[in-house]
Design a protein around this ligand. Structure first.
Ligand code: IMP
Length: 177
């Protein structure tokens, strides 16, 4: 098992690239069949979801639109506790089939605070795809429709997720030692 350092902390491999890619394909396949004949709009939440969104999108066979928006900041190793405003949502969601793409749902606060802002635009449907879910950490329940992996309540980096700005480039997911 590989151990890496990011800033002052050590992390060990938790999900390999192969395991991740296999799961991303499965999620894309589920979306392809559930959205056959539709044209979903993927709203991807920056920064963390960029890698998951990119890999997922490559495996879509349905017509689909995509945009990226920026929401909260997450400083260091615990949630800042407040969601900052959203930037970059220019699409009109009325009547659209929206799929929100997140890197990780931890306490659930980010999505819990953000979802009402989207639903008041009256999309036809709204589902959530998150690469990781720390279900043990839930404080704000949110219905998650596509979950890559349910993981223990431990800090992770890689595959888009960072520790204080670093680690996003890693192809695997690493867990704090
Ligand atoms: P929530 O609002 O508590 O659900 O937190 C969601 C956000 O916290 C995610 O979009 C991430 O940016 C960040 N986050 C939560 N857990 C981790 C982690 O283990 N590593 C890196 N970022 C995390």
């Amino acid at each position: 098992m590989a151990v890496i350092n990011v800033h002052d902390k050590s992390f060990e491999t938790y999900l390999s690239e192969d395991v991740i890619q296999k799961r991303v394909k499965e999620i894309a396949a589920a979306i392809n069949s559930e959205y056959a004949g539709k044209r979903p709009l993927f709203i991807c939440i920056l920064n963390g979801s960029f890698m998951f969104a990119s890999d997922l999108f490559k495996h879509l066979t349905v017509e689909a639109e995509l945009c990226f928006i920026k929401l909260a900041s997450y400083k260091g190793m615990k949630s800042s506790g407040k969601v900052v405003t959203s930037i970059g949502l220019e699409e009109d969601l009325f009547g659209k089939d929206v799929i929100i793409v997140e890197d990780i749902v931890d306490t659930g606060k980010t999505l819990h605070d953000f979802l009402p802002k989207l639903s008041h635009q009256q999309p036809r449907s709204m589902k959530i795809a998150t690469f990781l879910h720390k279900s043990e950490a839930t404080e704000y329940p949110v219905k998650l429709d596509y979950v890559g992996f349910d993981i223990p309540n431990k800090f992770v980096v890689g595959y888009g997720l960072d520790y204080d700005g670093l680690g996003r480039n890693l192809k695997e997911i690493y867990q704090l030692v």
